[in-house]
Ligand binder design. Structure first.
Ligand SMILES: *Cc1c(COP(=O)(O)O)cnc(C)c1O
Length: 426
């Protein structure tokens, strides 16, 4: 049955048979029992599908991955222990030492560090491009050894909205997949695969969980990238894997299964960034209300953005729902039902005024988090992004005075009253 997204949020991924638990069971077991060694051997050789060790796969986690796969419109998906692990695995599944990747410069700070420092030490070089670059500029960043193009639908915290269609067109013209981190809009707000993305990643820690209970990540494959048509670029998918008796992933698991199977069989096996079944259970509970929560986050954020824009002590507001915002038109195209609950702004009086403002807030909490049910706020330059120089901050679209406000799903009048009171103290 082809259900609509609201139904899939509630029901996809787990369908109990008669007499089985109505609610997704937590399979809290590291191991699985088999009658014969031959049965288990088939699993080890990827000749049969099933479970043998939770580092590689677990039924609870797989059900939740299947739900996200349905929401994004993908062919296969996997959960990971964090969004960082998801972005690392998604890129490292394609690129090895000596390879090159093009990425938007407007990225989550952790991802920027992963790419520019840690993966660079592994011999993978990244070129960062302006998220608003032209098609020609983007194309010029590619090299013969480029293996992927990477970007965020809505950048955290820069809130730049990516031109997904253009990025997909350029990636495909160079014979590589487009990887999109879709954490902020969630599939309720945008499904990047419909705009040409090949691989979608998530920090499920944010809206998908929605309650700030569990750090987690996910990768969804669209199944649309033809690895065999670019076989020389992606030998890991198109030539025999000696660690699995010479299996060729793209042949054995097809276009829809190769990427995720390789990612689990090699990277999860070797790096072990596995989510816990219990965290997956909590993530599933969150996703059951995703379609109810996201419109409320968007409506509240829109009202708060309009309030801030009209306030005399506010220097600037960035939210793509505001007419006149740099990303208003792109937002209308890619996020027609609203972007997310996160907006950024600065107050008149710079850093000192911002600190006074933050101190006076009562309802909005200062936390290193965004995108959960509770309103929260952060000053990236003095917290999450403090390892970056001012030049690097500006290059990824984070002004030193930027405050990032994650609007929750409380009553919007209470949220606005809290902000109004804090502004009065400046
Ligand atoms: C938070 C975040 C990440 C990292 O995810 P973790 O779950 O914290 O590891 C990656 N990308 C984006 C866009 C994020 O917001």
């Amino acid at each position: 049955m082809d259900y609509k997204i609201d139904t899939n949020c509630v029901q996809a991924g787990y369908t109990p048979k008669t007499g089985e638990p109505r609610v997704l069971p937590i399979v809290q077991s590291t191991t699985f029992k088999y009658d014969t060694s031959e049965d288990m051997g088939k699993l080890f050789d990827l000749e049969a599908s099933g479970y043998f060790y939770t580092r590689l796969a677990n039924p609870t986690c797989d059900s939740v991955a299947a739900k996200l796969c349905a929401l994004e419109g993908g062919s296969a998906a996997m959960l990971l222990s964090s969004g960082q692990a998801a972005n690392f695995f998604a890129v490292f599944n394609l690129a090895s030492a000596g390879d090159h990747v093009v990425a938007s410069a407007a990225l989550y700070g952790g991802t920027f560090n992963l790419f520019s420092v840690t993966m660079k030490r592994m011999g993978i070089e990244f070129t960062f491009v302006d998220p608003d670059c032209t098609e020609e500029e983007l194309s010029a960043a590619f090299r013969p050894n480029t293996k992927a193009l990477f970007g965020e639908t809505i950048a955290n915290p820069a809130l730049a909205v990516l031109d997904l269609e253009m990025f997909a067109r350029v990636a495909h013209a160079h014979g590589v997949p487009l990887i999109i981190d879709n954490t902020f809009p969630t599939p309720v707000g945008c499904r990047p695969i419909e705009w040409g993305a090949d691989i979608v990643t998530h920090s499920t820690t944010k809206y998908l969980d929605g309650h700030a209970t569990s750090v987690g990540g996910a990768i969804v494959d669209s199944g649309k990238f033809d690895w065999m048509a670019h076989a020389d670029k992606f030998p890991g998918l198109t030539t025999p894997d000696e660690s699995y008796h010479g299996i060729v992933y793209a042949e054995k698991f097809g276009q829809g299964g190769a990427f995720i199977t390789k990612c689990v069989a090699q990277l999860m096996r070797d790096f072990g960034s596995s989510p816990s079944a219990f965290n997956a259970f909590l993530l599933n509970l969150g996703m059951e209300t995703l379609h109810v929560r996201m419109p409320k986050h968007c409506a509240n954020a829109q009202a708060v953005a309009e309030f801030l824009q009209a306030h005399e002590k506010v220097a600037w507001v960035q939210y793509c729902g505001l007419p006149g915002d740099k990303y208003y038109e792109r937002g209308k195209k890619y996020l027609p039902n609203g972007s997310c609950g996160v907006l950024s702004f600065g107050v008149k009086g710079g850093r000192a005024a911002a600190e006074t403002f933050m101190k006076r807030l009562k309802l909005a909490a200062i936390v290193t988090h965004v995108a959960d049910a509770r309103t929260c706020i952060l000053h990236p330059a003095s917290s999450t992004h403090r390892q970056m120089s001012d030049e690097e901050l500006l290059a990824c679209g984070v002004a030193p005075d930027l405050m990032r406000l994650s609007v929750g799903i409380e009553d919007v009048e209470d949220i606005i009253a809290d902000i109004r009171g804090a502004l009065e103290g400046i």
